[in-house]
Design a protein. Sequence first.
Length: 345
Amino acid sequence: MTAPGRPKGGLGRGLGALIPTTPAAGAPAPVAAPAPAPPVETTVSASAAAVEAVAVPVPVVPVQPSGSELAPVPGARFAEVPVGSIVPNPKQPRQIFDDEMLDELKISIQEVGFLQPIVVREIGPDKYELVMGERRWRAAQAVGKDMIPAIIRDTRDDDMLRDALLENIHRAQLNPLEEAAAYQQLLEEFGATHDELAKKIGRSRPQISNTIRLLSLPPQVQVRVAAGILSAGHARALLSLNKPEAQEQLATRIVAEGHSVRATEELVKLANMDDDQAKEPAAKRRTKPHAPALVDLADRLSDRFDTRVKVDIGRSKGKITIEFATVDDLERLVGICGVEMLCFW
């Protein structure tokens, strides 16, 4: 199911939606509006008496300004650039790219489009060097894309660029997925932290984390969220389902039956209960002990790791579950724990 009113292959631009655009490479120059025609002199005669000539002015339709209300972002502009005009950064620290993750990204680009633009710098006429986003560039090549959305950076002042983008998030009408992509890109590529985002845009850290987690939904569910068919509340409820197939099935049911967010949350709880009971033999089903101290501990761990944490305890053992949205989010969590993570992708 594709988003109504949107071209196939591009649902959102993430940070690109926050940066003033430039014409695409090779695009024709805008045609200036023609000057108003001079008044036409018309002579009317009646009863052999010449009537004085009158001027008939041609109405001029005022041109409405089409400029963006966003503040200009210092040192950057947004445009679609040819994939073939980009060269990789020779100083790229990552040399090994996981094939499975690239395959997932290719499917996402084909189904949903580019949610995050790459970042490049101009090194010559119609020639660009990658600064950030080599995986997206490689995936775009693999699926045969001719053009790719990019932030063209004119300056190396990362702090000024980051602050300008953070300020513009308030002023852009982003859909939930574009907002999530903008948050994720600021975190990954511009060195912003969850705390910085929360302070700059006046939102809580859990809200930012939950918004970013929308990017982990299956492509077909993302399509519905970007098109406004499913709300961000529906999408966040679907994240609690363990399997992507279950998320897609329930998303289809929500659209068909018109369930509210509250009803969706109840359906998710029932689905998870059924799934847990199906996995656990009937003879071993026991009620888990509930302790307020464990709930408080889980809340404090959630604040510490800036993600959802569950603490379960049984009769002989217990477990702590820490959720993460992406591999980069996993690296962040491992860093908080003080453990060095090996690069396996």
